[in-house]
Design a protein around this ligand. Structure first.
Ligand code: FES
Ligand code: FES
Length: 170
């Protein structure tokens, strides 16, 4: 059952949240947004671009849905579950989406990539075999100033094939 009671101490709320499958107690500032709270607590893979909801670089998955961390109050994550880019894979063991992005040459400066990959992960979670139009729609809110999006769309298609071959969900 959702525990809606959050105690405030000296300007901080203590929230309980599962981040990448690990239950954590996080002290978040009054009025702080999820993006800043995550970064302050060490999940710096979540990038701060525009800070106004326009670029998608701060996207994370909250309770199974992609959200923009710069628009969601941190307290709204209380009793919830968050996936950040750190929860997907590592340099040694990349998630199929991460591997596909690298293989397709979809990563240049890399700033947009965590948000893009999390938007792509949500897409493949709900639509394992997406059309190009569905991929483009899912990535619509993720801006990239380096690429023309062609490589990223190809990467999502390739990751979908890899996951289907392994019989896995994203
Ligand atoms: S930093 Fe959140 S949308 Fe740009
Ligand atoms: S790779 Fe540079 S902004 Fe997308």
């Amino acid at each position: 059952m959702k525990n809606n009671i959050i105690e405030m101490t000296r300007g901080f709320f203590n929230i309980t949240v599962a981040v990448n499958g690990e239950k954590k107690e996080l002290a978040v500032r009054n009025g702080e947004f999820l993006l800043d709270a995550l970064r302050r607590h060490g999940w710096k893979g979540t990038k701060k671009g525009c800070d106004t909801g326009d670029c998608g670089s701060c996207a994370v998955i909250l309770n199974g849905k992609p959200v923009l961390g710069c628009l969601v109050p941190a307290v709204a994550a209380h009793d919830g579950a968050i996936t950040t880019i750190e929860g997907l894979g590592s340099v040694r063991e990349p998630h199929p989406l991460q591997a596909a992005f690298v293989e397709a040459g979809a990563v240049q400066c890399g700033f947009c990539i965590p948000g893009m990959i999390l938007s792509s992960k949500h897409l493949l979670d709900v639509t394992p075999n997406p059309t190009e139009a569905e991929i483009r729609k899912a990535l619509d809110g993720n801006l990239c100033r380096c690429t023309g999006y062609v490589q990223q769309v190809a990467a999502v298609k390739n990751a979908a094939k890899t996951l289907a071959g392994k019989g896995k969900r994203a």
